[in-house]
Structures are given as structure tokens and as C-alpha cells.
Design a protein around this ligand. Structure first.
Ligand SMILES: [Zn+2]
Length: 346
């Protein structure tokens, strides 16, 4: 009989909140940084990911970014990240946050970046059937004008794989401040891009940030959003709007020190009837993968196998791919889930 852990690991999964840089295989990080003479804190790869604080994490993240200046390296990382996630947790579809400003600073222009990503993700799709879309991330530390310029650039180079905008980093004051980026979101929405925002994540955040993202930025999805449970009115607004939340359990452990228990905010969000999907955010660099989010975090937060199957399915439902692809993925997912249930009973 199939064990609980194998059931959870083998559930077909769609991940909607995943930073591309953090899908880099750690051995590839070591190889590329050695080649380019980029220093890492230690040669011990286990130790490298044991951070003493946020600066250690940012060092690793920056080194990974610095090591990806050539299209061939970007395509390799894109491909390997899918291979690993299929093995770790039966990934079937993923949407990636990609930050064009970071790559531009290294001399990789936007069209070259997208071509390289599509080469790697496309190869993985042909070999493993794992679908993908790209979300360009507003770097909040660069301010509202840079955000508008980034959206203009995306619109000037339309590509079928690039479906929306999101965010990364924080403002220079280490705030979320969604309303600072209202112009970029309005431009994206007017031109048919889907929109998500990182709100309600940090200790400085409030439920109002979630309300602003929904009511003023008109987001289709909220990334993180954990502070929504602190205000019943905002919780009800989010529930009625049907907006999906992309939650990342292990990142809350790393960044906020929240243990996995039934009172965890993500568990509260699920029990309150919000549409919640499960992702990794910084998979490799937070020592997690899409399998572990299901096999470790969900059971510890008190969820049963049927809940996990429902959450996995919600990931496909909330995807930003075209409707025909979504219908095909959902049919495939339903077949796989039914087979897993049968294997449990057998
Ligand atoms: Zn995130």
C-alpha cells in the first residue's frame, strides 16, 4: 500500500510562486561560481545553505544571480530545476518569478533572457510534460518609475510564455507599500497582463496591504498574504473576491520562524475558506522543494491526504495558462489523483 508520504510526494503539483534563481541546483551554483571566480562563503554545500542570518542567504542568492550571465547558463538552470522538481514532488506545471532588471544589470537584455528561459523550460516540457509560464517581477527596491519601465519593456516584447507581473525584494524602507506601484499595475492590467502582488508577508505588513492589492491593484492572485487573517473584514473581502493566495510554508519558517502547527496562518487561511495554493518560493536556497511542502508542512499543520489533494488541484485551477492547457492539466491531475487513491486502498 502507498504510504502517506509517497501519496503526498506523488500528488501532481502546480507551483505558482517560485523564484527562478532559487531553482538553481546547488552543485551547479558551485560549478558556475568557481568558473567565474565568484566567491562563496564555504565550499561545503550543506554548510553554505545553513544561514546565520538574512545576509548569508542574500550572499548565496546574489552569487547565483551573478553566475547567470550567459544564455546557455540560464537555459541549463531552467532545465535542471524542472528535472529536480519532477523527481522531488511530481511537478507538472510551474510559474516563475523572473526579475528582468537583475539580468539587465548583468548585460542580459530582456528578449535574450526570455529566449534562454524558454529554451530550458521548453526542453523540460518536451521531455517531462511539465508546463510553464513566466511572471516578470517588479523589483520594489528600484521604485515606481522602474516598475513602469519594466512593464513597458514587457509590453514592447510580447511573448506567449510571459503572462503577468508580480514583485520581489522590498521597498528601500523595507516595506511592501503596494500602492507605490499602482501605475505599473494599471498599465499591466490595461494591456492584458495578469497581476499578483507580494503583500501581507513581512512583520511590517498589515491586512491593509492585502486589501490594497485586491481593491486598488486589482490583483488576480496574492502572493503570501498571511496577515489577511488578522482582519475579519479583509478576510471576508478576499474570500468573496475568490482571489487565490500562493503560500509558501517553508519560507515562513525561514523568514518568520513560524513552526508548522495547526494554528499556522496558512492553516487558518485554508480553514477560513480562502483559495490557497502551495509553493516553495526560494526552493533550493531554503532547502526545500515542492515535495517537502506537501510531505512535511501540510501534515504538520493538521491536513489530511484529501485536503492535500484539494490544495494540489487548486494550483492548477489558479494557473495563468490558457484555458485549454488548464483543462488538459486538470484532467490529467484528476486521473493521477484517482490512481493514487486506488493505490492507497489496494
Ligand atoms: Zn515570495
Amino acid at each position: 500500500m502507498l504510504s502517506d508520504t509517497d501519496f503526498l510526494r506523488l500528488l501532481p503539483k502546480a507551483e505558482l510562486h517560485c523564484r527562478f534563481i532559487s531553482t538553481m541546483r546547488v552543485t551547479t551554483l558551485q560549478e558556475l561560481t568557481r568558473r567565474d571566480g565568484i566567491p562563496l562563503r564555504t565550499d561545503d554545500l550543506e554548510e553554505l545553505l545553513n544561514y546565520q542570518g538574512l545576509p548569508d542567504f542574500l550572499d548565496v542568492f546574489d552569487a547565483a544571480q551573478q553566475a547567470m550571465r550567459a544564455p546557455a547558463d540560464i537555459a541549463r538552470v531552467a532545465y535542471e530545476g524542472v528535472v529536480d522538481a519532477v523527481r522531488a514532488g511530481n511537478l507538472r506545471y510551474r510559474e516563475y518569478f523572473v526579475n528582468p532588471d537583475n539580468f539587465a544589470a548583468l548585460g542580459v537584455d530582456y528578449p535574450a533572457l526570455i529566449d534562454a528561459l524558454v529554451e530550458g523550460f521548453g526542453r523540460a516540457e518536451r521531455e517531462f510534460g511539465v508546463g510553464y509560464r513566466i511572471i516578470t517581477a517588479i523589483n520594489r527596491s528600484l521604485g515606481p518609475d522602474a516598475a513602469v519601465a519594466m512593464v513597458e519593456m514587457v509590453l514592447a516584447h510580447p511573448h506567449p510564455a510571459v503572462v503577468g507581473i508580480g514583485q520581489d525584494y522590498l521597498t528601500p524602507e523595507l516595506a511592501e507599500d503596494p500602492l507605490r506601484f499602482v501605475e505599473a499595475y494599471a498599465l499591466a492590467e490595461r494591456n492584458g497582463l495578469r497581476c499578483s502582488a507580494h503583500v501581507g508577508e513581512t512583520t511590517a505588513a498589515s491586512p491593509q496591504n492585502v486589501r490594497d492589492a485586491i481593491e486598488t491593484l486589482h490583483v488576480d492572485r496574492v502572493d503570501h498574504g498571511y496577515r489577511v487573517v488578522d482582519d475579519p473584514d479583509v478576510l471576508e473581502l478576499a474570500r468573496l473576491a475568490g482571489v487565490a493566495f500562493t503560500c509558501t510554508p517553508h519560507s515562513t519558517y525561514e523568514l518568520s520562524d513560524w513552526g508548522f502547527e495547526p494554528g499556522h496562518r496558512i492553516a487558518q487561511m485554508i480553514r477560513a475558506g480562502l483559495v490557497v495554493t502551495i509553493s516553495t518560493d526560494d526552493a533550493v536556497f531554503f532547502k526545500t522543494d515542492i515535495g517537502r511542502e506537501y510531505t512535511v508542512a501540510l501534515p504538520a499543520m493538521g491536513f489530511e491526504l484529501a485536503d492535500a489533494a484539494r490544495l494540489a488541484r487548486a494550483g492548477f485551477e489558479a494557473a495563468w495558462c490558457d484555458e485549454a492547457s488548464k483543462a488538459r492539466m486538470l484532467a490529467e491531475a484528476d486521473g493521477l489523483i484517482a490512481a493514487l487513491i486506488a493505490a492507497r486502498e489496494g
